[in-house]
Design a protein around this ligand. Structure first.
Ligand code: OFO
Length: 170
């Protein structure tokens, strides 16, 4: 059985992950509207990954005999002045999520909840990857510096991304 505090914190994290998905889907819509279909594809897949993160938490709460309570998801921004700014925001968001996961782990340790501790390890590792990928994207965009040809090449590269359920924690 899951403790009250942990249940509440994990329910909040379900919302945070769904918001992550909402944010990246909004970036995808923005890129579709900006003539960057590859970037839109990349963000759409990222949004799908975030939904899987949310469902991984959702399933865990149920598995531990807890109760999932879905919270309101706020409206994400809809516009970004440049693709670089969008990816910088994505990196900032991932750092924020890492902070939340670390706090969840702190709670698992404080509550001596070994099962939650073990479960959360996956998210700790995932955040290392998420931040690394986001940093890589920011670096590439900085290198290209808005040059038309470079952007076209990057867009083609982003178009190659496919959804891999394993990476999403399935
Ligand atoms: Fe982007 O890792 Fe979940 O939120």
């Amino acid at each position: 059985m899951i403790g009250e505090k942990m249940q509440e914190a994990l329910n909040k994290q379900v919302e945070e992950e769904l918001y992550s998905g909402y944010l990246y889907l909004s970036m995808s819509a923005h890129f579709s509207d900006s003539g960057l279909p590859g970037f839109a594809n990349w963000m759409r897949i990222q949004a799908k990954e975030e939904q899987m993160h949310a469902m991984k938490l959702y399933d865990y709460i149920n598995e531990r005999g807890g109760k999932v309570t879905l919270l309101a998801i706020k409206q994400p921004p809809a516009e970004w002045p440049t693709p670089l700014k969008a990816f910088e925001d994505a990196l900032g968001h991932e750092r924020y999520i890492t902070g939340l996961i670390n706090k969840l782990m702190d709670l698992a340790i404080a509550e001596k909840d070994h099962a939650a501790n073990s479960f959360l390890q996956w998210f700790i590792e995932e955040q290392v990857e998420e931040e690394a990928t986001a940093t890589e994207n920011v670096d590439k965009l900085k290198m290209v510096g808005g040059d038309g040809r470079g952007m076209l090449m990057l867009d083609r590269e982003m178009a190659q991304r496919v959804f891999t359920p394993r990476a999403a924690g399935e």
